[in-house]
Design a protein around this ligand. Structure first.
Ligand code: PLP
Length: 404
């Protein structure tokens, strides 16, 4: 750590709660896929605010939309209509499936709302069924309901007792899911690709089979597309790779391109909220909605969904090739620009630290996975540069001798 970084860390310790393990850098500005540190270093950003900055940093269309909306009308509450909120809902529905939208501010909040929808649907349409079947490895956020749906004991334990009515089955195990659904079940809740637990995809065809199972057993399917959505996997929504439209979908992260906003989409069957059931002071405010409209328009006008598929394949191939070149890479998982590099040894944090020194930001998940979720605007040349830097980072990390 540099002297400056040590000073910043000491200042932070005095005033910021100790909830994050931060890298020893202070970021000052960004442009495209690049960010600049306080001491002037330029870094390629393959984390993008954890799958948020899909247009990169400082995109002119987003900047302009925010500036114009800030100068027009910033906040109104939901006691009135605003044009940006209506346009955003229309665009989301057109990109996804016939539905209506509730706006909120984050992924956890979107999942809280989805859980409430499922509970109310169970009361109205399934004889009071209230249990939600979730997946092991799932991450749905840090609020109490979202945490109850999240599997990882590390996140749950300190805060128990959590709300009841959640069970967890192995991800990608259709038999276990079939068994877990009973008369008390109102919904199945999943990420199409588990992000936080290491970029774990479902088997091809599995999501469509889960959709059919939910229909057969008359329970709702809730898909958490907070990380997988907005074009990242090479379709607007990851479930669109299969015939698997959910009854309820949650969205956040990339929707505002860096401005906080979340959303719940509910198909007519699941659209059971009535006035007074749910609400949010800031949810769907004109500033955040104008930003999100600009993001969706730009993704469309710049062809970024197809680009994510194409450049994602290229990044996947380039990373896979590192394995043959001696790097401790066991394989690459994921789809489009949501990729997890599985390592042969427990060196993920060392590699992420070395990568930072080489000028590229990647995210270590656990001991053996690197997560790469770059802006969708990343070019092949930038991929080449990032992989070159990552390769040097791998070279500089001591891998223990012998078997993993
Ligand atoms: C799949 C998924 N759902 C929900 C969340 C929570 O979102 P937020 O941090 O905006 O509350 C995350 C965040 O990483 C996520 O990856």
């Amino acid at each position: 750590m540099t002297a400056d970084a040590t000073t910043v860390a000491a200042r932070a310790r005095n005033v910021l709660m100790d909830t994050y393990q931060r890298q020893p850098i202070t970021l000052r500005r960004g442009h495209g896929v690049w960010v600049t540190t306080d001491d002037g270093r330029e870094l390629l950003d393959l984390v993008a605010g954890i799958a948020v900055n899909i247009l990169g940093h400082n995109h002119p269309a987003l900047r302009q939309a925010i500036a114009e909306q800030a100068a027009t009308l910033m906040h109104t509450s939901n006691l009135y209509y605003t044009e940006p909120q209506l346009e955003l809902a229309e665009r989301l529905i057109a990109s996804a499936f016939p539905s209506r939208v509730f706006f909120c501010n984050s992924g956890a909040e979107a999942n809280e709302g989805a859980i409430k929808l499922a509970r109310k649907w169970g009361k109205l349409h399934r004889d009071g069924a209230h249990v939600i079947v979730c997946a092991q490895g799932a991450f749905h956020g840090r609020t109490m309901g979202a945490l109850a749906a999240t599997a990882n004991p590390r996140y749950r334990k300190p805060f128990e007792p959590l709300p009841k009515g959640f069970v967890h089955v192995p991800f990608d195990d259709l038999g276990a899911l079939e068994q877990a659904i009973d008369s008390a079940t109102c919904a199945v809740m999943l990420e199409p690709i588990e992000g936080e637990s290491g970029v774990i995809p479902l088997e091809p065809g599995r999501l469509a089979a889960i959709r059919r199972l939910c229909d057969e057993r008359n329970v709702l399917l809730i898909l958490d597309e907070v990380q997988t959505g907005m074009g990242r996997t090479g379709r607007w929504w990851a479930h669109q790779h299969e015939d698997a439209a959910p009854d309820v979908m949650t969205v956040a992260k990339a929707l505002g391109g860096g401005v906080p906003i979340g959303a719940i989409l509910a198909a007519p069957r699941a659209d059971v909220f009535e006035p007074g059931d749910h609400g949010s002071t800031f949810g769907g405010g004109p500033l955040a909605c104008a930003a999100a409209v600009a993001v969706m328009r730009t993704v469309e006008s710049e062809g970024l969904v197809d680009h994510a598929a194409d450049v994602g394949d290229y990044l996947d191939e380039s990373l896979s090739a590192l394995a043959g070149a001696g790097a401790p890479v066991a394989g690459v998982r994921g789809r489009g620009l949501l990729l997890g590099v599985a390592l042969t040894h427990d060196v993920a944090r060392d590699v992420a630290a070395a990568a930072l020194n080489e000028g590229v930001i990647v995210n270590a998940i656990g001991d053996r996975t690197l997560r790469l979720v770059p802006p969708l605007i990343i070019t092949r040349d930038e991929v080449d540069l990032a992989v070159e830097r990552l390769s040097r980072a791998f070279d500089s990390v001591a891998v223990p001798a012998g078997d993993a």
